[in-house]
Ligand binder design. Sequence first.
Ligand SMILES: N[C@@H](CCC(=O)N[C@@H](CS)C(=O)NCC(=O)O)C(=O)O
Length: 222
Amino acid sequence: MNDFMGNTKCLKEDSPKPEPAVEIPRLFSNRFCPYAKRVKIFLAHLKIDHETVNIDLNSKPKWFREVSPLAKVPVYENNGSFTPDSVDIINLLAKDNKFELSKILSQGEFNGFMEQIVSLWYKICYYKDLSVIGTFEEALKNFAALESFGVLSKCKTLEFDDVLIWPWMEMINLTHWEVIQRHDALKTYISNKSRLEPMKLTRIPADVFKRFASSHDFDIDL
Ligand SMILES: N[C@@H](CCC(=O)N[C@@H](CS)C(=O)NCC(=O)O)C(=O)O
């Protein structure tokens, strides 16, 4: 797995708390967390040098709630302040770097992606509920048919929507490659966006993802 994701073992229940980040910002992360990956994609795009501290989500460090009140990754630490939540971190980075965030998908279309496609995908892949496969494929097909997604899929540049949806698109392409192949807009999307540098830097190799999905070992291959 590319080192940009931070190929260091996760801190666990008894791991000591790291000293405050002084020279460069720090991301409390996890190599397999799609929300952390959103932030990694944006950090790569902005070329922001940073340190990565991976957290074991099965055995969280005792001090973790001090930096993350909901005990979730990602959390961005910079100059003594801690920002949780991928969207809040991305907005903060955009503001600090005077980066204009423009969207092609409407808020409703984006929410639909998260509420239908992403949640059904978790049901299938994590909870092995195969009864929703038909509904999942239908939702993906409807998303692929959106005019705005057609526009997004043809853009060969990184758009704000990509930062938010790519981590799941990448995983869906790994787990449901044959469904992607049946829809031109999805195929074009994967093909165009996987060529972008931030996507290359944060890529999960298929074999590593497979081993993680069957073991849920956050330190797999390290
Ligand atoms: N809304 C948060 C969600 C973050 C999130 O759910 N992260 C998961 C890992 S992918 C997590 O830390 N889960 C730990 C837990 O819920 O105990 C964001 O956008 O950053």
